[in-house]
Design a protein around this ligand. Structure first.
Ligand SMILES: [Zn+2]
Length: 139
């Protein structure tokens, strides 16, 4: 699912702190937020592309048309055109996603609340993770 939201200008995030409050572009702690971690793993990692995968749909003239993998970016920056460069921190975390080692450079920006709200109930594998997490909370 793709979702496009429009905000009134008075609600536009104008600082890096504003952006960080609503958008993430990195892995979350899989111990503290296991369900959201699995959703990110399932839905918010750009498919492997680049020279090793030249036939992926995102490839155009030998490059990813979406700009993946992104550069490591320690902090979010607001650029002169108003678009943020989201934080893709070089934290050393890499997770296996369908046999592909994905670090923060491959994470598609997401809003944790909306991702949880609109993805969780459509994936039965996530229900298993959620209930396993609840079981650990009650033991
Ligand atoms: Zn790509």
């Amino acid at each position: 699912m793709h979702l496009l939201l429009s905000l009134f200008p008075c609600h536009w995030p104008s600082t890096a702190s504003d952006v960080n409050a609503i958008i993430h572009a990195c892995w979350l702690d899989h111990v503290r937020q296991p369900v959201l971690f699995e959703i990110i793993k399932c839905c918010m990692v750009h498919s492997p592309c680049g020279r090793a995968f030249p036939h992926m749909p995102c490839m155009c003239d030998g490059k990813c048309s979406k700009g993946f993998p992104k550069l490591f970016q320690p902090v979010t920056l607001i650029t002169t055109n108003g678009y943020p460069m989201y934080a893709h921190p070089p934290d050393g975390c890499t997770y296996d996603v369908a046999g592909f080692p994905a670090n923060n450079r491959w994470i598609v920006p997401y809003n944790p609340y909306l991702l949880m709200r609109y993805t969780f109930f459509s994936c039965s594998a996530l229900h298993f993770t959620y209930h396993a997490f609840l079981d650990t909370m009650h033991t």
